[in-house]
Write a protein that binds this ligand. Sequence first.
Ligand code: SF4
Length: 203
Amino acid sequence: MSELEAIAREVASCTRCELAKTRNLTVPGEGNPAAEIMFIGEAPGWHENQQGRPFVGQAGQFLEELLRSVDLKRSDVFIANVVKCRPPQNRDPMPEEIAACRGYLERQLQVIKPKLIVTLGRYSMAKFFPAGKGIRDLHGTTCVKEGILCYAMYHPAAALHQPALRRTIEQDMLKVPGLVEMATASAKVEEPLEEKPAQLSLF
Ligand code: SF4
């Protein structure tokens, strides 16, 4: 069994927070174990809770469109969430739930070692970006967290609730290939990306 499978198995029987009581299926995440890009959303929704897979509802369809726009498929990347179980009525995840679940995501990151983390939505962004600014300011910008380049985007579901954001999300996605190239080039010259206390806007 691979380490990622072992994590998924642990998640399947996890009772570390209250979400264990109301979930149907756990949603550990899926994709290429050697992915260069990891997309990290917030929490499973209704469809994900039924299928045990991340981003399979309408927001997932939009994410797949976004991936296609930069010549990527789901199987090229790894897709996960900050919490692995659905909050009831799709409410926001509570701080204690995020804290209880953090170890699983951190272990996935250690195994996959992505060159680029794309945060989808504010809860995922808050895990990697310095506090103080909201997603309106930070979407489309980067920071470096523990040597990994991180890039903030709105959650794809935001476009379903606010159609005016769709174009912004599409434009932000177009920057992803260049960021991967930049992270790869940085790794090749063995100059680790400098840790920045604040976000670094590359565009
Ligand atoms: S959300 Fe995370 S910590 Fe809470 S029960 Fe599910 S897997 Fe465990």
